[in-house]
Design a protein around this ligand. Sequence first.
Ligand code: EPS
Length: 361
Amino acid sequence: MAFRLTTAGESHGPALVAIVEGLPAGLTVEKAAIDADLRRRQQGYGRSPRQQIEQDEVEVLAGLRHGRTLGTPLALLVRNRDHANWAWGMSPWPPEGDPSGKGTRQVTLPRPGHADLAGALKYGLSDVRDALERASARHTAVIVAAGAVVKALLGEIGVAVTGNVLTEDLEQRVDEARADRDTVGGIVEVRAQGVPPGLGSYASKEERLDARLAATLMGTQAVKGAEIGEGLALADKRGSEAHDEILRGERGLYRETNRAGGIEAGVSNGEEIVVRAAMKPLPTLMRPLASVDLQTGEPAEALVERSDTAAVEALAVVAEACVAWELARAAHEKFGGDALGDFVAAHHAYLERIDWQPRTR
Ligand code: EPS
């Protein structure tokens, strides 16, 4: 079965949900590992007080028995504790009783940079909340939960994926921005070690591993740029300086440089996968930008509501999960197997055939 990830959930609705299809049977999944990644995503400098309300923890509704996958769809759930404060405003059914709590008043002041205006126009909304709730990055919690599961699968074939923040002086930039009631973005990098050559394909755009990694990063809230390896900087180099020469050593073919970021022609080449994502400053500002009240048509200031000053460290964890998902999907396309042992055996046989071993730098 093909790998597929379907998510649902609004920021202040009852819960976030992910259904993961295609996992081989027999994979050991640890709740502690998933919860640890959920916690990593919640931490980070500059997050909003919302993170004190949420204590993200995964629940599994299907697809697992005694900690091992059954080869059936895996259903993951992360509750929104804050929903208790939005029970009327975000009730899935027509709410009963008098309006109470948060989300009872219509939002009509779209924030530049958020989904507000686009959603209101696209769906003809009178309450912008109908758009912003799903567009919120809150939903990345279940992406991280799914990512933790596939990191366990990748671990079975010796692949490790790690996300980090590249932005320097992040804490200072956050402090300064917060004092100005402003927000900041930043750059994150994800590296994957142990990825064998041959994942992805040059046969079509959809199969190219670099295109898939760029799409999953660009599909993440607030990401405005993605690059693989030296990316944009390669445009200024000569061909003789831009490519990674092929060498032969005791452990097979390898490269001394990795400007390609481990991917050539949309296919992994056995070097470390290196991708970066640029995050824009978050669009909810405590000192709001100019907007227009969609109800009156009059100039106004954009919506002000509790938000993060920065979520760059969270993005590093989310990007790690996104990259892990695409690598696991590509690995499963290559090695197949609806039972874990078959997947691992196919990977082993392939490495023997190509005489390749992961290099540690
Ligand atoms: C978000 C706004 C904030 C963030 C939220 C994403 O939430 P709230 O509007 O409830 O203050 O804290 O992120 C999360 C809750 C999370 O867990 O990442 C937004 O508008 O995107």
